[in-house]
Design a protein around this ligand. Structure first.
Ligand SMILES: [Zn+2]
Length: 394
């Protein structure tokens, strides 16, 4: 089995000049394709012979293909045949393990979901849980025998040791779990571990609005909260992969397990929100769908609980914006995408909180509820676009 060498994963350009030229060509086509070879040379600054060589190699690997020229311009002499990404060969699998739900999917090179499924996250010891998920994923991938599946991106909230393939997950009580080895053993594919928030931010960089911004901040909220920052198209990854905003003080009187009140995660986490609604007598079962339905039916307490969550999210996003000062803020996660009726409240609180000038820099992810599965696939696609030759074993 081919595993991405740690050095290749961590050091940009570690694959050498050939690798970085291939990545430049592939990147230009991903962003602006289809392109002729001459246009690729202009976009990348590479010579025509280098571009031609790289294009030939990338076609051979199934990453690119020649397409019919639709420009209508007939050049004199040699015809120019534009090249574009080849959507039909390569695919990336992604798995997102959530506290209650695990989602997995397969995307093509453009990050388009070819299919996805979800399952309740199994109970049991970590190795048993991972083996059962991996077995489901192996079955799921049998639906695409014609695809070359380059591996499995595995995204999870928690701390990742990408070098050794270990993960820690406080909420699940997991410590130093050899996740990569277990998952590779069952799926027979190379596995790339990533934090779920960095993976989602990477998806925004590759396929969302963040890719065109000089700097961006990705803010996520569902059962957990998280943030990731990218500058010049690269994600900042500190030790252990993710910073934490779980205990960011956003005001309010919700008690947190840390002993204080008004911490962000305790205030906005889906389970915490629905438990408050049950306690208030708004709904009988701790179910976010029931709470939304109660609010839509006009229950003022249900509405206030969801509005309070939106205000806490807006406060947090405003504080973080002032700290990082990015060009763009992208909001993701079901606390935001499943509550479009409360986005106005969130944005108003954001505008009231931020002290910097300008408040129209916030966008909601276009990935919606597919974000977790997409993100897990995209973490792997990022590796492919950065190191196409190493990932494909060329
Ligand atoms: Zn706290």
């Amino acid at each position: 089995m081919k595993r991405l060498p740690a050095a290749v994963r961590d050091v940009p350009g570690a694959g050498g000049v050939r690798e970085s030229n291939a990545a430049s060509v592939l990147g230009a086509i991903r962003v602006d394709g289809p392109l002729s070879r001459a246009a690729i040379a202009r976009h990348t600054g590479l010579s025509m012979p280098t571009v031609s060589r790289q294009v030939a190699a990338l076609i051979e690997l199934g990453l690119l293909r020649e397409v019919a020229d639709q420009s209508g311009v007939r050049a004199v002499g040699r015809p120019t045949v534009p090249v574009d990404l080849n959507d039909d060969v390569i695919a990336a699998c992604g798995v997102h393990l959530g506290v209650s739900t695990t989602t997995y999917g397969l995307t093509n090179l453009r990050g388009r979901l070819l299919g996805s499924e979800r399952m309740a996250t199994p109970a049991g010891g970590p190795e048993e849980v991972l083996s059962r998920i991996a077995a489901e994923v192996r079955g799921f991938l049998r639906h695409w025998p014609e695809r070359r599946i380059i591996g499995v991106g595995f995204a999870i909230g928690g701390q990742i040791d990408a070098e050794r393939g270990l993960l820690d997950h406080e909420r699940l009580g997991w410590r130093k779990v050899p996740a990569r080895a277990v998952l590779e053993g069952v799926t027979g594919l190379p596995v790339y571990l990533d934090g779920h928030v960095p993976a989602m931010a990477a998806a925004e960089l590759l396929f969302g609005a963040a890719g065109r911004a000089e700097s961006s901040l990705y803010f996520y909220a569902r059962e957990m909260v998280g943030v990731a920052v990218a500058v010049h198209g690269r994600l900042h990854r500190g030790p252990g992969q993710s910073g934490s905003i779980a205990h960011l003080p956003v005001g309010g009187d919700v008690p947190c397990s840390c002993g204080r009140t008004g911490c962000l995660e305790a205030t906005v986490a889906e389970l915490a929100v629905v438990e408050r609604a049950v306690k208030a007598g708004v709904i009988a079962e701790p179910d976010i769908g029931l709470l939304r339905a109660a609010a839509e039916a006009g229950d003022p307490t249900a509405d206030e609980i969801l509005a309070e969550r939106a205000r806490a999210l807006g406060t947090a996003a405003g504080i973080l914006r002032d700290v990082v000062n990015p060009e763009l803020v992208v909001l993701g996660g079901q606390a935001i995408t499943d509550a479009p009726g409360y986005l106005g409240e969130l944005l108003r609180t954001f505008a009231d909180t931020t002290a910097l000038p300008g408040t129209d820099l916030v966008e909601v992810t276009r990935f919606g509820p597919d974000v977790q599965a997409m993100a897990a696939c995209t973490g792997l696609l990022t590796q492919l676009y950065d190191h196409p030759l190493s990932v494909l074993g060329a």
